[in-house]
Ligand binder design. Structure first.
Ligand code: SAM
Length: 163
C-alpha cells in the first residue's frame, strides 16, 4: 500500500527533520578493527572480521525485526573523506576517472554502502561481517538486502474495478 503522510495503527514516530531537509542525522556508530584508512579493506567481505553497529536512541526501536534477515545493507558517512574531487587517480599513475565511475570514498556526499552478514543482535548492537570502514564511522541507515525483495508487479487493467 502506498504511504502518504499518515500514521497507521500501531506505528511509532520520533522527532525527525522534515523530508525536504537533506541534512542527515547520524543514527549510530560503527565499530571496526581499523583505525587507519590504509589498513581498511577497499570492499567488505562476508568472511571479514566481526564488527559492531551500535544504534543510538531514538532509533533503537527501528531495529525490531532485523534479526530475521541474513544480510543487511548498511549505509554510513565516510566522515574523513574529501568531497571536492571530480576526477580521481586511484592508482596514482597519471590516469584518471570521473568520481561517479569509481567507488572511491572521496565524493560530493561521501556515503558508503556495504552488504553486511548479520551474525547476531545484542539489544541496540548488531554484530556483522562485511564492513570496510574505519572504527567510529557514523551510521546513516540499515535496510534489508535489496536482493531479498522482488519488484512489485505493475498494475494490470481491471485491478481497481469494484464489483
Ligand atoms: N563499500 C563502500 C562503498 O562501496 O560505498 C566503501 C568503499 S571505500 C573504497 C572503502 C575505503 O574508504 C576504505 O578502504 C578506506 O580507505 C576508506 N574509508 C573507510 N572509512 C572511512 C571514513 N570513515 N572516512 C574516510 N574514508 C574511509
Amino acid at each position: 500500500m502506498v504511504r502518504e503522510n499518515e500514521i497507521r495503527r500501531g506505528e511509532i514516530a520520533v522527532a525527525a527533520p522534515p523530508p525536504d531537509d537533506a541534512g542527515l542525522v547520524f543514527i549510530g556508530v560503527i565499530h571496526t578493527p581499523w583505525t587507519s584508512r590504509l589498513m581498511t579493506p577497499r570492499m567488505g567481505r562476508a568472511d571479514g572480521p566481526l564488527c559492531r553497529i551500535e544504534v543510538h536512541e531514538p532509533w533503537r526501536e527501528a531495529l525490531s525485526g532485523v534479526e530475521q534477515f541474513e544480510r543487511l545493507e548498511v549505509l554510513y558517512w565516510l566522515h574523513l573523506s574529501r568531497r571536492d574531487l571530480v576526477r580521481q587517480s586511484p592508482a596514482d599513475d597519471g590516469s584518471t576517472r570521473g568520481t561517479f565511475a569509481l567507488r572511491s570514498p572521496a565524493r560530493p556526499n561521501p556515503i558508503g554502502t556495504t552488504i553486511a552478514t548479520l551474525v547476531g543482535v545484542q539489544g541496540p548492537t548488531l554484530l556483522v561481517r562485511g564492513m570496510d570502514c574505519l572504527d567510529g564511522t557514523p551510521l546513516l541507515d540499515i535496510k534489508p538486502d535489496r536482493t531479498l525483495f522482488r519488484p512489485i508487479a505493475p498494475p494490470q487493467p481491471g485491478d481497481f474495478e469494484t464489483g
